[in-house]
Design a protein around this ligand. Structure first.
Ligand SMILES: Cc1cc2nc3c(=O)[nH]c(=O)nc-3n(C[C@H](O)[C@H](O)[C@H](O)COP(=O)(O)OP(=O)(O)OC[C@H]3O[C@@H](n4cnc5c(N)ncnc54)[C@H](O)[C@@H]3O)c2cc1C
Length: 626
């Protein structure tokens, strides 16, 4: 196959018939192709063809009228059978379908990690991080979206987001709160069907301690429940499966896999195309109407900066010609940090890799797609508001993973995934192997700090410098310490005693001088074993033209240039109170509608009729002025 390394011409219309809902998948460039070297790639789930096709497939005609062609460029490849098994979620990290980033060495956190660096996964595969994540379905808090509007993202508020939460959802969760959930969308959400005994004890312990048990995606977020997950018939329901798969046979959609976008091409201030690399060859493809970047909160600022949009000092440092100075690019990085509270539990109450039962479970999964392998393992989830919270939103999230650390080898592997240093592994983790256990992730969901993404070089192959900069505000540390104490209280309930919950007490290097679980100890723990929930956001934030740190307009168009959009987590002005996949999908749903010239009518919840809320459109006009 001979491939011409340059596309020839460009003619793209607005996305009048853009394949619905595919925008959240990846970097999207829109092209109406007259290019010899791209597509057609239109076999069912057309991802089979991962390189430009041969010269006979030349597009030497012009598409006119209302037809629009769209090209998706994705650096990774197809999803596989391994990443689709829910229980293997954690095992996707640091594999070829993970970008495998690390933070820069952190000063106030991560002291027990190798080189004080936090492992920062991002999916490199169709479906992006939704194909390697823990699949938890969490909408966040209504106030989160009202805050976006207050911060300058005009039109983005809770009532604008609500219809999209409903529209995207195919809820199969019998415990969902009526009036809050959709049942007709592409993203299937299932309830947990096989909790471990330790999970049940945690949920009962929370109830005993006074928490409400119920749907935290319903009227009140301050609840505990068995988490509902993006799982369909026992398999992961990523955005690849929910959206791109069904859309991939559309004849106006081409999908390039294993193709890395290197740079946005500009003509003056107008984005006209993308330079990309596929199979070690360089290509260009052109878009008449728009290029859409959906590469996520780490890669998007990197791509923008390499294309000449970013803070002046960054561009000058690497001799990148400035297309538009945008000081906000790469700033405002926010993420959810967490630490681990570890408890041993009685034999047989959790999932332990090396048991005969595990083999039985695997057989059960293979035959019926049920059992422990059909869950993410992150089975109990709850929200709590500490005394340090600034407003009515919870600031702490608890997630429980009742998976034992297993034998020395599997615990070593987990330490590798989390980048735990050798001394901490040997002294803290290793003594607790071969026992049933439950791991509680105590997470700060309303962090006050912001971090940065900066360029390491002018080469896109070099990972950018990711500095989370956690714990700049002492209240963040105080709130997480309170969160740990709250869960330690839950661990003393009768329900937790019934599974023999017992705190891991092996010495944590760096914290040995403090009595176990004293405030000082917990403070030290937080700063020693600090991880992120992989929820990076905000590095190309939405805001008004008057805000110099805003990178995109409320129409998601990059300020200061033409025809360039960003649609991914980086546009969030502020992090949501909970896991970030669901808000990202809702953003993309709304953006897809905006491009089509309409949006669902803003609504409050609960609704009375699902069909009403997902079919009531009002016209929308994107403001293209720069
Ligand atoms: C390990 C992990 C666990 C998580 N658990 C949960 C959870 O349980 N629940 C939840 O709600 N959220 C979870 N999240 C977060 C959630 O998955 C993300 O917030 C969400 O997927 C972000 O979407 P995005 O579109 O911004 O970016 P991504 O989903 O990361 O997509 C970016 C895409 O762009 C591609 N790309 C990047 N650079 C280039 C380039 N130069 N050229 C071409 N393609 C490129 C990538 O390969 C990827 O496909 C988790 C994330 C991770 C990593």
């Amino acid at each position: 196959m001979k491939v011409r390394p340059r596309a020839i011409s460009l003619l793209v219309h607005w996305f009048i018939s853009i394949p619905e809902n595919m925008l959240q998948i990846t970097l999207v460039t829109t092209v109406t192709l007259d290019s010899c070297c791209l597509g057609p790639i239109a076999s069912p789930y057309s991802l089979d063809v991962d390189r430009p096709s041969n010269n006979n497939n030349t597009y030497d005609y012009v598409i006119v009228g209302k037809s629009v062609r769209v090209l998706v460029i994705e650096a990774g490849g197809k999803e596989n059978n391994f990443n689709n098994i829910p229980l293997f979620a954690l095992l996707q990290q640091r594999t070829p379908i993970d970008w495998g980033y690390f933070s820069t060495p952190q000063t106030r956190s991560a002291q027990g990690l190798k080189n004080h660096q936090i492992s920062t996964s991002r999916g490199k595969v169709v479906g992006g991080s939704s194909s390697i994540n823990f699949m938890l379905y969490v909408r966040g808090n209504q106030l989160d979206y009202d805050r976006w509007q207050e911060l300058g993202a005009a039109g983005w508020n809770s009532s604008a987001m609500n219809p999209y939460f409903v529209k995207m959802e195919d809820s199969r969760d019998s415990k969902r709160e009526p009036g809050y959930h959709g049942t007709k969308g592409p993203m299937t959400i299932s309830e947990l069907n096989d909790p471990f005994e330790a999970d049940t004890a945690i949920l009962e312990g929370a109830r005993e301690y006074g928490f409400n048990i119920g749907d935290y995606n319903g009227a009140d977020q301050m609840r505990f429940q068995y988490g509902s997950h993006y799982i369909r018939d026992g398999r992961r329901c990523s955005t690849g499966r929910g959206y791109l798969g069904p859309a991939s046979s559309r004849r106006n959609l081409d999908i390039l896999l294993h193709s890395r976008a290197d740079k946005i091409i500009f003509n003056g201030k107008r984005a006209i195309g993308v330079a990309f690399t596929s199979n070690k060859k360089d290509y260009q493809v052109f878009a008449r109407n728009a290029v859409i970047i959906s590469t996520g909160a780490i890669a998007t600022p990197q791509l923008l900066m390499l294309s000449g949009i970013g803070p002046k000092d960054q561009l000058e440092k690497f001799n990148i010609p400035i297309v538009h100075e945008s000081p906000g690019v790469g700033n405002n990085l926010q993420d959810h940090l967490f630490t681990l509270l570890l408890f041993r539990t009685n034999y047989g109450t959790s999932f332990a890799v090396e048991r005969v039962d595990t083999v039985k479970s695997l057989v059960e999964y293979e035959t019926s797609h049920t059992g422990p392998f059909a869950s993410s393992g992150l089975n109990v989830n709850g929200f709590w508001r500490s005394k340090y919270a600034d407003d009515s939103r919870p600031d702490i999230q608890f997630q429980a993973q009742s998976i034992s650390l297993g034998n020395a080898l599997s615990s070593y592997y987990l330490s590798y995934l989390f980048n735990i240093n050798r001394e901490t592994y040997v002294k803290y983790v290793l003594p607790n192997t071969n026992k049933d256990a439950t791991i509680i992730l105590v997470t700060l969901v309303r962090p006050r700090n912001t971090g940065t993404i900066k360029l390491a070089s002018s080469d896109i192959k070099d990972s950018p410098l990711i500095d989370f900069n956690f714990f700049t505000d002492p209240r963040d540390l105080d709130a997480t310490v309170e969160g740990c104490k709250l869960f330690l209280n839950i661990s003393k309930t009768e329900a937790m005693k019934s599974v023999g919950a017992e705190r891991f007490d092996s010495p944590l290097p760096g914290c040995e001088q403090y009595p176990l679980d004293s405030d000082d100890y917990l403070r030290c723990l937080m700063q020693t074993l600090t991880f992120t929930l992989w929820h990076s956001i905000g590095t190309a934030k939405m805001g008004s033209r008057g805000d110099p740190m805003a990178v995109v307009s409320p129409d998601l168009l990059v300020h200061g240039v033409e025809n360039l959009m960003v649609i991914d987590t980086s546009v969030m002005p502020e992090i949501t109170t909970g896991n970030t996949a669901t808000p990202t999908i809702a953003i993309a749903e709304r953006a897809a509608d905006m491009i089509k010239g309409r949006v669902l009518r803003p609504q409050s919840l609960p609704f009375t009729d699902e069909d009403d809320i997902i079919s009531d459109y009002v016209p929308y006009r994107i403001d293209h002025s720069i």
